[in-house]
Design a protein around this ligand. Structure first.
Ligand SMILES: Nc1ncnc2c1ncn2[C@@H]1O[C@H](COP(=O)(O)OP(=O)(O)OP(=O)(O)O)[C@@H](O)[C@H]1O
Ligand SMILES: [Mg+2]
Length: 253
């Protein structure tokens, strides 16, 4: 991978436009008025693919996910889900449209049971008991170990299994796209591998679109289909994951 061989940011996408689930266009966003952390970011995430975002600490990776989910309002640019702008769509509606988000800080409720944690994911349809039960059963089929531990306090589970609970909780709303921020931070190698395998399975078995922010460059590249590298709020490189295998030249670190 080098600067010349990597696709320029403005280049035409490799596959057809119909495959684009998420399209971030020229996005400017920040936490304070007149101070944009992201300065014209462009990103496309394709259906049933893992799109990985890499970059050093503080370049704005989490800020980008927060803006896509709706926690931050852009000052300029657009965010399209399946071709339609979601800029003015509130978070609970974005969830209904199929966006879900697993933040960088683990969000498990340690004193609640696994099942109670999963049920929290069903908040937007909390009165529909049948649907909640169906979604729980789907999760238990997907992650049988959660069924075995459904009455355990979530805080008693291993770090990898806690991530499984978070992923399961997010799947309660039938997302089309999941935004995942550093899912293996602080996890041991084996548990990290388990989490990456979960993401790969969601892509391959359930055709979910995944946007993955990561600092575990080797693993993130191994599971990625397409990669974006950010540098201080801007796009630096992008290309198919195969173009990023030469880690010697991975000079964003
Ligand atoms: N809540 C906040 N209020 C103000 N500034 C913030 C806030 N969160 C992040 N920032 C600033 O925005 C910039 C980008 O932060 P962000 O968390 O998006 O980076 P990141 O690429 O996810 O970094 P890391 O790899 O460390 O998670 C940083 O300068 C950070 O200090
Ligand atoms: Mg971050």
């Amino acid at each position: 991978m080098n600067q010349e061989s990597t696709t320029p940011v403005s280049a035409a996408p490799v596959e057809g436009q119909n495959d684009v689930m998420l399209d971030v266009k020229n996005l400017y966003v920040g936490y304070y008025k007149d101070l944009n952390i992201l300065q014209g970011i462009n990103l496309q995430a394709r259906r049933a693919r893992i799109t990985t975002i890499l970059g050093a600490n503080g370049v704005g990776k989490s800020t980008l996910l927060k803006a896509i989910y709706g926690f931050l309002s852009p000052n300029q640019g657009d965010i399209l889900l399946e071709g339609k702008s979601i800029l003015n769509v509130p978070i609970h509606e974005r969830i209904r449209l199929g966006i879900s988000y697993i933040p960088q800080q683990p969000g498990i409720f340690r004193w609640m049971t696994v099942e109670e944690n999963l049920e929290l994911g069903a908040w937007t349809f909390r009165h529909d008991k049948k649907r909640i039960k169906r979604k729980l059963e789907e999760n238990y089929e997907r992650f049988p170990v959660l069924k075995d531990r459904r009455h355990s306090k979530a805080g008693e589970l291993s770090g990898g299994m806690q991530r499984m609970v978070e992923i399961g909780r997010t799947l309660m709303t039938d997302p089309k796209i999941i935004l995942v921020d550093e899912p293996t931070a602080g996890l041991a190698k084996l548990l990290s591998e388990m989490v990456y395998q979960m993401l790969v399975d969601l892509r391959d078995l359930e055709e979910l679109t995944i946007v993955l922010v990561d600092q575990e460059i080797r693993y993130a590249l191994a599971v990625a289909d397409y990669v974006y590298v950010l540098e201080l709020g801007r796009n630096k490189f992008q290309g198919p994951a195969e173009e990023f295998t030469d880690l010697e030249k991975a000079f964003w670190v």
